[in-house]
Design a protein around this ligand. Structure first.
Ligand code: F6R
Length: 240
């Protein structure tokens, strides 16, 4: 695992977007794994800027998002599908027929999980998986637990995740369950880039980089990946 310390979130977004753009220029039909949340937003802005300047085309890119809340339809403003549409896909020329999401439908969701794993494999695997990290060390919605997950599954969110994310739910209560790609799915990506900024991530960054590799800090498994890079800023690096 390579750790890259940069001054702030903007510098990180420049570095990470360059890696993604470079990949897509070399391989226009690249398969990209995306995350939602605050961590990748600046990177998505840089990708949109590059698209607007005509420096890259995402038209042939296939995407897989990490996770979706259980019980939120796609058009719900709090769904991760909506987030991606607003923050990246509709502004950077992505082809929505190549955009893949776990279903948030409580009935359909579980059967969709198995399909999702197969779809990733059929697409040839993920070339670059972008990640954030939870304050509790989660990646995707793989919460701390006694074992590492493999394929996509339905997860009960922990109190820590609910505390971190409920600020976004102003009109309805935050769902307690979500569907997420498993740790195995993430580890099968050819390249992994994780972004962690701000003091609230300092403990998780320490555990991920210096603590034991354990499912109690799911992000720690990235140390076993042959091509994983963690981009951190001064604040999140505080305990290292
Ligand atoms: C989101 C996801 C989560 C977030 C993590 C950090 O799709 O998979 O693991 O990356 O909760 O969230 P932020 O970036 O909002 O601090």
């Amino acid at each position: 695992m390579e750790v890259v310390l940069l001054e702030n979130a903007i510098e990180i977004s420049k570095a990470v977007s360059s890696i993604i753009i470079e990949k897509v220029r070399k391989k226009p039909a690249a398969v990209l794994g995306f995350a939602t949340g605050a961590s990748p937003v600046e990177t998505y802005k840089r990708m949109i800027e590059a698209y607007e300047k005509g420096l890259v085309s995402f038209r042939n890119v296939t995407t897989f998002n990490l996770d979706e809340y259980c019980g939120l339809p796609r058009e719900d403003k709090n769904s991760y599908y909506y987030f991606m549409k607003e923050n990246l896909f509709s502004k950077a020329g992505f082809d929505f027929s190549k955009v893949n999401f776990l279903s948030g439908d409580p009935e359909e969701g579980e059967s969709c999980c198995e399909e999702y794993g197969k779809k990733i494999a059929a697409a040839g695997g993920i070339d670059i998986q972008l990640l954030g990290v939870g304050t509790n060390g989660h990646i995707g919605f793989n919460e701390p637990s006694d074992s590492f997950s493999d394929g996509p599954f339905k997860v009960r969110l922990t109190e820590s995740t609910i505390n971190s994310n409920s600020k976004y739910f102003t009109e309805r209560p935050m769902p307690n369950y979500a569907f997420t790609m498993g740790v195995g799915d993430i580890m099968r990506a050819k390249k992994i880039i994780l972004i962690a900024t701000g003091e609230s991530k300092a403990k998780a960054v320490y555990s991920m980089v210096k603590g034991p590799v354990t499912p109690h800090c799911p992000a720690s498994i990235l140390r076993y990946h042959p091509d994983a890079t963690i981009f951190i800023d001064r604040e999140s690096a505080k305990l290292l």
